[in-house]
Design a protein around this ligand. Sequence first.
Ligand SMILES: Cc1ncc(COP(=O)(O)O)c(C=O)c1O
Length: 502
Amino acid sequence: MKQVSPGFFPSITIENDSSTPIYRQVYNWFRVAIVTGRLRPGQRVPSSRQLASELSVSRTTILGAIQQLSAEGYMESSAGSGTFITKSIPDQVTRFVASDSQPSIQRARRDGLRRVSKSAANLLSLQTPPLALAHRIGIGAFRIGLPALDHFPISIWSRLVNRHWRQPKKELMTYGDPMGYLPCRQAIAEYLAVVRGVRCEASQVMIVSGSQQGLAISARVLLDSGDSLWAEEPGYLGGLRVFTAAGCRLVPIPVDNEGLDVKTGIKSRPEARAAFITPSHQFPLGMTMSVARRMLLLDWAARKGSWIFEDDHDSEYRFATRPIGSLQGLDVDGRVIYVGTFSKILFPSLRIGYLVLPNDLVPAFSLVRFATDIFPSTLDQVVLTDFIREGHLARHIRRMRTIYMDRHEILIREIRKQIGTSVEIVSSNAGIHLVLLLPAGVQDTIVSDRAAGAGVATVPLSICYQGTAPKNGLILGYGGVNQKQIQDGVRRLHAVIRDTKS
Ligand SMILES: Cc1ncc(COP(=O)(O)O)c(C=O)c1O
């Protein structure tokens, strides 16, 4: 008999002071667990001895219940192997398993009794979320946000994992600080000071599970439902989802070649509680915020007591110029929450990012973190600390910069060679994606859907706008694709654009 691993068995509940006999309670528990699908057909039932001991009842009581269940066809025994939930439980018995089509669920939905929270409803109503999410998952041309996984120094990483986890210290296995593992925060603070001009001590660094969680925690600490927030137009959908989930009113503020148009922000919603921006490398268009705009934004934030969430997602990769310093480095009033990530410089599934907080906000962030997931997982932080301290990170970034520069060049060359000048390339010589503006009249969501059908992932530019997009385009990630994949991806994309045009 094929056996389902006994694995975990749901705990059985009985009430000693109930008027229902114990054997009947055990019988009832099994019956409900079987018809509702909690116990699966073929699943092994713990031995009567084990059940009797766990429930502190006599074995005869358990055997009575099992006999009854067997007689009714819910269980079957196999000599020498034990007792199992019957494999062939009739459909009409298991029809009680909750499903969307169940009339009671449909009725409850109609009566508004299955509604989700307002913030989840807001998220669900956001423009085409499944589409944008789908483009993030998987590998290949032209997934956005994907670094060169084929060049990640996995042997070094594995060696560091082994170093710590062959015989882990007990301190690494217990609860940790909500702010994160201190040596890791120290290493990140040093790295940020040198590379990004961020002014901070390790005590201000909070390790988070990617910038996404960093923004979510920031929103919980600093914003209330109904607060207004300036958002770049177009902007980073991932971040906008966080603030939508927090119940914020997003105020789209246009960007031009100097970044966020701060004057328009001040004119349209001067009392906004916060601004969410990507000043070093605007997502998705790639401009750098000018110093004049930075100073204006900081001044506005200081006067109004508003917060600035600075998402510094891929500043390490600039091909023609030196990296631009962070906005946080110019902030003397403690208005900037700096958000960074290792998703693009290492790999996204690592889920390590960081926040740099003004000192006085550290207690509030720590407490909210404690109420969220208590503290970040320690293993990867320990490994990352050594990776940074032993110079592997700096080496990796240097190597990746050259690789991305090549891939960026190859992509532009292939677009020009294969598609020609009917499309316009918006690139800032930085990062791991560029934007391809489509010929007039060609809708990016249609091209993107069809391209996905042809095995090419792209993000339609228009979904990064809250209002109407002035131009249709595609965001193409090139970090995670080699020359051959780029050539092949452009060829397929060209065919889709051509067919969509005609
Ligand atoms: C603008 C921007 N911010 C942040 C991230 C990274 O998010 P996370 O650290 O949550 O993986 C990305 C990834 O694509 C991004 O494009």
